[in-house]
Design a binder for this molecule. Structure first.
Ligand code: PMT
Length: 402
């Protein structure tokens, strides 16, 4: 965010109370921030607060001679290299979509040549209304970036989509706008986390995957300008900025989600730890010890799950496919065999027996294994760096430079 010149347009929603924190987050990142507010925004946050935290005069109206004398609205629009509208109410989204300019925020939006990022916030029914969704589609088509909204309890008392994204998430999304975008035009499909295979109403077969590796790949791909779809097993990790996330639980659900997104994907990175087997007959109710033939043993019949990676590699119109392999011995040899068996373009083998590598750690020690048999061994690195190096390699496979 160093050197960025951001105009923050604040409109009249309760989430406006979070904008002083947003201004501080953007400034901490190195950006200069100037605020413009609609009259309704002034009901939720005082202009003086935004003036104090931004260190800049605040525009509150179009026709105030003192404000216009300090910085006129067209000069403000020209000064910006990014316009963020947060919170963006349904009313303001409608104005932006249709080119209305009847307050200082919508007027600056119409006058500026800077990219626009909006953080919608409103009641869930207003959000779901076809008019709002159609306005958003218009804005998206025009290249406007959208961050959030999040789902949860709303100030109006309803539950659902409509909460403004947190200031940190808006700042992260802002950092993506306007930077270099070497993966622009690519659609990257990533799987992450472990699947859960139900045994009965309360138990499941799972594994220790946290999702960190796959989420790092998804976040890095979005930073590089790709459209990213993340198919995630249960994980408490926040969705990386600019990523569309599909939550799944079982291997079969993961397969369905992956196959649904596959036709548009140009790159697929399969970092999920998918259960190879599932219970043949999961019980709908809880299995009780008293009901079992023996108190000492329980026999569970397992059946094979689909191999998603192998299936997409066989697909007629397959993207560039990267597989992962979690190995605890003979890392490279096992990975070479796995790559040949599954048919992917690159296999990332990680040594899960090694301290600070594999499941749930923030670092990973990986070896890239190529179809010709070549290997590239990396030292233990943060998963974010492994993700970056991996995408450098993938971009070359796609004919770019990452
Ligand atoms: O999530 P973290 O805590 O950050 O941990 C990261 C990780 C260790 C889970 C990750 O780096 C990793 O190695 N993921 C793959 C783990 C795994 O299941 O490996 P595998 O050798 O069983 O599977 C090989 C490949 O086939 C993987 O790409 C896997 O997604 C895929 N697969 C496996 C089984 C199956 N039924 N369908 C699949 O698509």
């Amino acid at each position: 965010m160093e050197q960025r010149r951001i105009v923050l347009g604040v409109t009249g929603g309760i989430a406006a109370y979070k904008t002083p924190e947003l201004v501080r987050t953007l400034r901490r990142g190195g950006a200069a921030v100037r605020c413009a507010m609609t009259p309704a925004a002034g009901e939720f946050v005082a202009p003086l607060v935004l003036q104090t935290v931004s260190g800049e005069p605040v525009r509150t109206g179009l026709f105030d001679r003192v404000e216009e004398g300090a910085i006129d609205h067209v000069a403000l629009a020209d000064w910006a290299d990014l316009l963020i509208v947060a919170p963006a109410t349904a009313n303001t989204l409608a104005k932006l979509a249709h080119g209305l300019a009847d307050d200082v925020v919508s007027t600056v939006a119409l006058a500026t040549q800077a990219p626009l990022l909006v953080a919608p916030a409103m009641n869930v029914n207003m959000w779901r209304h076809p008019a709002t969704q159609s306005n958003l589609a218009t804005l998206r088509q025009r290249g406007v970036r959208v961050v959030g909204p999040e789902t949860g309890a709303l100030a109006c008392g309803w539950e659902g989509e409509g909460r403004m994204a947190e200031p940190a998430a808006i700042a992260a999304a802002a950092a993506l706008v306007g930077g270099p975008r070497p993966l622009a035009g690519e659609v990257v499909l990533v799987t992450a986390g472990g699947t859960r295979e139900p045994v009965d109403a309360v138990r499941f077969l799972g594994n220790r995957s946290s999702g960190k590796m796959g989420f790092a790949v998804a976040g890095e791909a979005a930073r590089r300008g790709a459209e990213v779809v993340l198919v995630a097993g249960p994980s408490a990790l926040p969705t990386p900025a600019g990523v569309r996330r599909l939550d799944v639980e079982t291997a079969q659900e993961m397969r369905e989600a992956v196959l649904g997104e596959l036709p548009r994907a140009t790159i697929a990175v399969m970092a999920a730890a998918v259960a190879d087997f599932r219970a043949a007959r999961p019980e709908i109710r809880k299995i009780r010890k008293e009901d079992l033939p023996s108190e000492e043993t329980l026999t569970l019949e397992l059946v094979r799950n689909p191999d998603i990676l192998a299936e997409i590699c066989r697909h007629e119109r397959r993207p560039v496919v990267v597989g992962f392999a979690a190995e605890s011995q003979d890392l490279v040899e096992t990975a070479r065999r796995k790559l040949a068996r599954k048919g992917c373009d690159l296999l990332v083998a990680n040594d899960i027996a090694r301290e600070g590598s594999g499941f749930d750690s923030d670092t990973n020690a990986v070896v890239f294994v190529w179809p010709g048999g070549e290997v590239e061994e990396l030292p233990s690195l943060p998963k974010t760096e492994v993700a970056a190096l991996l995408l450098d390699r993938v971009a070359k496979l796609r004919g770019g430079d990452g």
